[in-house]
Design a protein around this ligand. Sequence first.
Ligand SMILES: Nc1nc2c(c(=O)[nH]1)N[C@H]1C(S)=C(S)[C@@H](COP(=O)(O)OP(=O)(O)OC[C@H]3O[C@@H](n4cnc5c(N)ncnc54)[C@H](O)[C@@H]3O)O[C@H]1N2
Ligand code: MOO
Length: 427
Amino acid sequence: MITVEEHRDAVLAAVPRLPARDVPLADALGCVLAEDVIADLAVPPFDNSAMDGYAVRAADVAAASRESPVRLRVVADLPAGSGDRPEVHPGTAVRIMTGAPVPPGADAVVPVEQTDQRAGPGSGSALPEVVEIRSPAVPGAHVRRAGDDVTPGAVVVPARIELRPRDLSTAASTGHGTLPVQPRVRLGVLSTGTELVPPGAPLAHGQIPDSNSVLVAALAETLGATAVPLETVDDDPATLRRRLQESLGRVDAIVTTGGVSAGAYDVVKEVLAPLGEVAFTAVAMQPGKPQGFGVLDDDGRGVPIFCLPGNPVSVFVSFVVFVEPALRVMAGRGTTAEPQTLQPLLVEATVAAGWRCPAGRRQYMPVVLDDRTDDDGTLVLLARPASAGGSGSHLVASLAEADGLAIVESDVEAVAEGDVVTVMMVP
Ligand SMILES: Nc1nc2c(c(=O)[nH]1)N[C@H]1C(S)=C(S)[C@@H](COP(=O)(O)OP(=O)(O)OC[C@H]3O[C@@H](n4cnc5c(N)ncnc54)[C@H](O)[C@@H]3O)O[C@H]1N2
Ligand code: MOO
């Protein structure tokens, strides 16, 4: 048997970072940005009005008040989006809407509420011949200047961050329709097993619902990858071989579940072991002992394949321990050169109800975390097994209860109430 670290290191050394490419903004959310975003446009791109009202020459209305309003001739109407440039001469005004370009000659905007005109659509929509200005304006009043926020050439989003909704808005407003990113990893999801039927379908004797496909696809999506369902295959080598060949071109990595241990029908091992690209190993962990990993060749492109054991809790543990960091590397989110970028969140917890541990294998025990406040005010995190059945790798239904996986080293035979354990927080 090899250790978890040995297997994980071998996996991480073999998985490639996907090449960066340009994607539309709508597809870039959550992706790692490959290069700085540089503003092509100023924000705002032109001087424009901050208010619905009248563009004026400030000097014309410097003395305006409710008692002695200034009357200006209205020479044009400027809704937002208008490309017109009507000149505002002394004694005139242009009706203007929020966001419309300030016309030449004007240097201030008077909000409609400070005029004799009615605010709002409907009766207020007809363009008046004359507007009465009832309060003064200083130069620049209610004018948003070009470049107030950003000028062209500025770095507006730095490379390497995971793109958030507001980064995409920044990119759009500075002139970008696409961004160079590490693309989402397309993860092929393939369950094997003649006993499997789709979730919700009626079961004949000996059949079980295929929960692994749902689990792996949802984990992939949760971690920012795109799940590509490759459908469930029976324990038939020819079908599996064909399915893998058909699928290789449309995925960046593959997770299979089942068929990797010592059974007479362990189809994944039967098909992939002889090719030599995928190694099948026993890893000193529970659950998740039998593991297959390799890199398949797709016309010179390496497609990592993770062959996880079929037991559902084994799938979950194997995914978070091996597949998740590999996906992080492939998507540019982490690198082995900066190990902290691949570390899960670990917390310490006090055991509230003990359990037994397998000899010679590191245990990953699904646990529920509760908290207790001691008399002195200290907050204590408490861990107890998520399933009354303990750590069996078939105890899939209680996984929903778990907050984390308690990690117990291979030389520990039992964990007792009051012991302190490290818990890996899980998605
Ligand atoms: N003689 C030995 N038998 C087993 C060994 C061993 O070392 N020697 N290892 C055991 C361990 S540990 C594990 S883990 C499993 C792994 O087995 P496989 O990867 O070959 O998986 P299967 O036999 O196909 O399935 C195991 C189990 O999981 C259920 N399963 C499979 N796929 C799904 C799915 N998509 N959704 C829900 N449940 C699934 C399947 O019905 C089995 O009950 O081997 C042990 N045996
Ligand atoms: O290693 Mo298996 O995953 O114990 O059940």
